[in-house]
Design a protein around this ligand. Structure first.
Ligand code: UGB
Length: 599
């Protein structure tokens, strides 16, 4: 009461709301006016931010938190009444006719699409200090994830324009969701690299805010132990992306501009864009409102499983069930062994890789009802079995793949499974944790993320008719990986399997020790025998034919490094190897015309 005089009418309203929602402790022990006034105002400014950045405001946050905390204390299962079963979806095999057709229809639609990268996570599990999108995707060229993503979008849109036939060619939008942890560095990375070739107006950064922490089962907001005028906050999860897109007005803008699809993707999966065109083709063909990209998943692997859930009351949904919930759900519903591999060597539940394709119209309709709020969950760590106290404060969390949970039964929700080697190699785990992953399960480390790029590109070349040697097995940072020829190409060379197929001709071979880097747009490889390192670059106007002979040199070797060697950059240490560039044939064609690189 005494302090009302120092607060604005808006702040007084916020204060009332807090008192009505059981948050009196926030104001207890406030000194008289004149003491700490700026701190008191700062607390209410923080409350204002927490209130305005949450759909429904803080009162709604506290109400939901109380309900979920009560459920958690009572041990109530969020899947009560639901029986899981294996859903059916579209299964794609890279390079077959079906895949090529889907790719073609997907590429046509790219210019009607907007891309959304969720990159607010700091990557605690990876233990890397910088932002993850700045990490090199592979160290042969040193291209970082963000550069690869942007160049892929630019090349896909260029390929899409070819089908536009006189329609206007629009700049495909890219939204990046950041957080306080990643915003500044992401902007700096973009600005210092001229947005990697995108127009700055094409890229929008939306920053997610953290949410208030909760101190106890009554959902009392937790104060910072070192500052009684500050509420503790923590990330709310990638599910925030829906509310942010909605409140930014971008969805409406896109709809008015005639866009039809929104594609969501994560920060460190260097393979993803190899599967995007075909997956979008599936959305177009099957008219899916929601299409999740998935890969075969090893039982208990730390990615969610796509599951069909059928309720006793008849409700049905196809939804991601997180890996820590799938096993108990299966055990509780007549599968005593829980989450186990079937005869294929994989879990029958496809693994969610959080690449979602949403049809914009139905997405806006749904968000107009929900404001983008996503079903949340809470995961308090209790001090003991009485579940009365927490070890540390907790908060509500939400996941972007839970979007379909509120959809009506009429919504067309499907998924598309494709090979792991083609679509999924995230960089999430630090070397120590990766080395502990059970044999046969993916490491999801910087080591496996990079070697997966070489494997995928080599396998694609093989499918396109190139003779690529078998890989050798090597151990880096305690992880056994296949080392294939280091084949890397820029998206401007190829963004689809058909692109690759049309640019490799005749009899080509690549030995295991080789490195092949293709940077130019119109480069055709024909009758090339490669046993060493070859790097070809050109301006877009040049037509270059490479081949008709052998390239043989000492090449670029892949060499182990000690992960604890502090002199080495962190991005090298976390993969456990470096590329030693000994000898190469490197050519750049800087003007228009036809050229032949005949070794
Ligand atoms: N992210 C944000 O942008 N904001 C946040 O608050 C948190 C994260 P993680 P997670 O593909 O392997 C997901 O931490 O959440 C971004 C799926 O839930 O890497 O443990 C962050 O920057 C799971 O079903 O993953 O697991 C990153 O880009 C499975 O699909 C992205 O969100 C798993 O990913 C994911 O964050 C996977």
């Amino acid at each position: 009461q005494k302090n009302l005089s120092i607060l604005s009418p808006e702040q007084i309203e916020l204060g009332k709301m807090l008192l009505e929602t059981g948050q009196v402790h926030l104001f207890e022990n406030w000194p008289d006016p004149g003491v700490d006034d700026d701190d008191k105002k700062a607390l209410l400014a923080q409350v204002d931010l927490l209130n305005s950045s949450y759909p429904g405001g803080l009162a709604s946050y506290i109400k939901t938190a109380r309900e979920l905390l009560a459920d958690s204390k009572a041990g109530r299962n969020p899947f009560d009444g639901f029986t899981p079963s294996v859903p059916s979806g579209e299964v794609l095999t890279c390079g077959d006719d079906n895949f090529i057709q889907y790719e073609e229809s997907g590429v046509k639609q790219i210019q009607n699409a907007a891309f959304v990268l969720v990159a607010g996570g700091l990557g605690e599990r990876l233990g890397y200090k910088g932002i993850k999108v700045a990490l090199p995707m592979e160290t042969t060229t040193g291209t970082c994830f963000l550069q690869h993503y942007i160049e892929s979008i630019l090349s896909l849109s260029k390929a899409s324009y070819k089908h536009a036939q006189g329609e206007c060619q629009r700049d495909v939008p890219l939204v990046i969701m950041t957080s306080d942890d990643t915003h500044g560095h992401t902007l700096q990375l973009l600005e210092s690299n001229s947005y990697f070739g995108m127009k700055p107006t094409q890229v929008k950064l939306l920053k997610q805010e953290k949410v208030a922490c909760l101190a106890d089962n009554d959902a009392r907001l937790a104060l910072d132990p070192n500052n009684k005028y500050k509420i503790q906050t923590k990330p709310h999860g990638h599910g925030d992306v829906h509310a942010l897109l909605y409140s930014s007005g971008l969805l409406k803008e896109w709809k008015d501009a005639g866009l039809r699809w929104v594609l969501f993707f994560q920060d460190t999966n260097g393979l993803l864009f190899k599967a995007i065109p075909a997956a979008l083709g599936v959305s177009v063909t099957k008219e899916y409102h929601v299409n999740s990209l998935a890969v075969p998943r090893k039982a208990k692997e730390a990615i969610g499983g796509i599951t069909k859930l059928t309720h006793t009351d008849g409700r049905e949904m196809v939804i991601n069930v997180e890996y820590n919930q799938l096993d108990p759900l299966l055990r509780a519903t007549g599968h005593p062994d829980g989450d186990v591999n079937c005869e294929t060597g994989f879990s029958p539940y496809p693994g969610n890789i959080n690449q979602l394709i949403l049809e914009l119209g139905p997405y806006i309709d749904e968000l107009s009802k929900t404001g983008g709020a996503i079903k949340e969950f809470i995961n308090p760590k209790y001090k003991d079995s009485t579940k009365t106290e927490f070890k540390s404060s907790t908060r509500l969390e939400c996941m972007m793949q839970d979007y379909p949970k509120t959809l009506p039964p009429s919504a067309r929700v499907g998924f598309t499974v494709t090979e792991i080697w083609l679509a999924y190699a995230p960089v999430k785990n630090n070397p120590e944790d990766a080395a502990k992953v059970p044999k046969g399960n993916p490491y999801h480390s910087a080591t496996s993320g990079e070697t997966a790029i070489y494997r995928a590109n080599s396998m694609i070349l093989r499918k396109a008719g190139v003779k690529v040697d078998d890989p050798v097995t090597q151990v880096f940072n305690g992880q056994e990986v296949e080392v294939w020829s280091r084949v890397v190409w820029k998206p401007k060379w190829a963004v689809t399997f058909s692109d690759v197929k049309s640019k490799v001709k005749g009899n080509n071979s690549v030995s295991q020790k080789s490195t092949l880097v293709i940077k130019g747009h119109n480069v055709v490889i024909e009758d090339l025998k490669l046993d060493g390192a070859l790097i070809v670059d050109s301006v877009d106007e040049a037509e270059v034919k490479v081949g008709g002979g052998s390239v043989c040199n000492n090449g670029w070797t892949i060499e182990s490094v000690d992960k604890d060697c502090v002199e080495l950059p962190e991005e090298v240490r976390i993969r456990g190897f470096k590329i030693n560039k000994k000898e190469q044939l490197e050519e750049f064609y800087g003007e228009s015309g036809n050229f032949c690189l005949k070794p």
